[in-house]
Ligand binder design. Structure first.
Ligand SMILES: [Zn+2]
Length: 117
């Protein structure tokens, strides 16, 4: 006898052969529960990067993409400069990617923000 993964009850014979739950209702609830857990996992690992990416988007919408911005306007003290999802190359320089947006620091204290795709 197989048991429903959601409520532990018996899975009726009229459920399809590969069913993990006693009813469609419980299949849906189980799915929601798993999605909620996945969501929490994704959020807790990706959150700082998501926030930083949003921050750069806000700056870029204010000042523009691929234009020199004085670092002062980017609130450098609030930024964790170690965060990145990869690198990219523009204008012969290596930039820091945060998903679909990235930045390159130019001296002295100038930053450019790039849309990567
Ligand atoms: Zn059930």
């Amino acid at each position: 006898m197989r048991e429903c993964l959601y409520c532990g009850g018996a899975i009726p014979d009229d459920r399809h052969k590969n069913a993990w739950t006693c009813s469609k209702e419980h299949a849906l609830l189980l799915k929601k529960e798993r999605e909620a857990k996945n969501y929490i996992n994704v959020r807790s690992t990706a959150d700082p990067i998501i926030k930083l990416r949003e921050h750069f988007y806000n700056v870029a919408y204010e000042f523009g993409f691929e234009v020199p911005i004085e670092l002062y306007y980017v609130s450098p003290l609030k930024i964790d400069w170690s965060l990145k999802t990869g690198t990219f190359i523009r204008e012969g320089n290596v930039g820091v990617a945060l998903g679909d947006i990235g930045y390159i620091l130019f001296k002295p204290l100038i930053i450019k923000i790039y849309k990567l795709c």
